[in-house]
Design a protein around this ligand. Structure first.
Ligand code: 13P
Length: 256
């Protein structure tokens, strides 16, 4: 059985003080014992170490929002996968739509980052998702296919246990508009079939496929109830413990 993963992506939000308070609020409020639920938070880079010291010893795992594909050297402003493992990150988010569409990352660059992070033992949350215009012109599946093919190029089946897919329709991110449970399930089913056809049945069955896009406490249960939705990648609602904890609780309720 697949475990749920509820992941918070703080994006470029918080201060040193609010990061500590939020992390502490989650550690105090979360209870995952004997459940099939994993919880992860991804603060901005400057706060990773201090958040790590708060979540250490708790079930809350730590992820980064990006990494560079080179190991070290003259790459001003970049952070390597090795640095992330060094400070205790277990996961990294790659290919987020904001990095694709605001910062211009191509599938080729994302793929290099995927390899660099897998080589360092990080679990990669690879984000894919279509723009509104893609959905309106019936291109959703071909966009997802291109992003999966490009992002996972050269990744062998044996490494796929360290990949998580996040389906984040761009039109649902930060807009308050959530994909309907049926729309999410259809996209997740497509992604799972793609994994089966391009890898094998085992990889497809075991893959955690998260949904992201305006997930909140009030809609988490119906989204997570879908057969192929194995968790959530949460932006806005991950910035307050009293909004993130109910999403975790929805997963806990469904897993027991
Ligand atoms: P929101 O939950 O704010 O829509 O953001 C989703 C997201 O981009 C998570 O990575």
């Amino acid at each position: 059985m697949r475990r749920f993963l509820i992941a918070g992506n703080w994006k470029m939000n918080s201060t040193s003080a609010s990061a500590k308070e939020l992390a502490q609020g989650l550690v105090d409020g979360v209870s995952l014992k004997d459940t099939d639920v994993e919880v992860l938070i991804s603060p901005p880079f400057p706060y990773l170490s201090q958040v790590k010291s708060i979540v250490d010893g708790s079930p809350v795992q730590l992820g980064a929002q990006n990494a560079y594909f080179e190991a070290q050297g003259a790459f001003t402003g970049e952070t390597s996968a090795d640095m992330l493992t060094d400070i205790g990150c277990s996961h990294v988010i790659l290919g987020h739509s904001e990095r694709r569409h605001v910062l211009g990352e191509s599938d080729e660059i994302i793929n290099k980052k995927v390899h660099a992070c897998l080589n360092e033992g990080l679990t990669v949350i690879l984000c894919v998702g279509e723009l509104l215009k893609d959905r309106e012109s019936n291109q959703t599946e071909s966009v997802l296919e291109t992003q999966m093919k490009g992002g996972l190029k050269g990744v062998e089946a044996g490494a796929m246990g360290k990949i998580v897919i996040a389906y984040e329709p761009v039109w649902a991110i930060g807009t308050g508009v959530t994909a309907s449970p049926e729309q999410a399930e259809a996209a997740h089913q497509f992604l799972r079939n793609w994994l089966s056809e391009n890898y094998n049945a085992e990889v497809s069955e075991q893959m955690q496929i998260l949904y992201g896009g305006s997930v909140k406490g009030s809609n988490a249960n119906e989204l997570l109830s879908q057969t192929n939705v194995d968790g959530a990648l949460v932006g806005g609602a991950s910035l307050k413990a009293d909004q993130f904890l109910p999403i975790i609780e929805a997963a806990v309720g469904l897993s027991s």
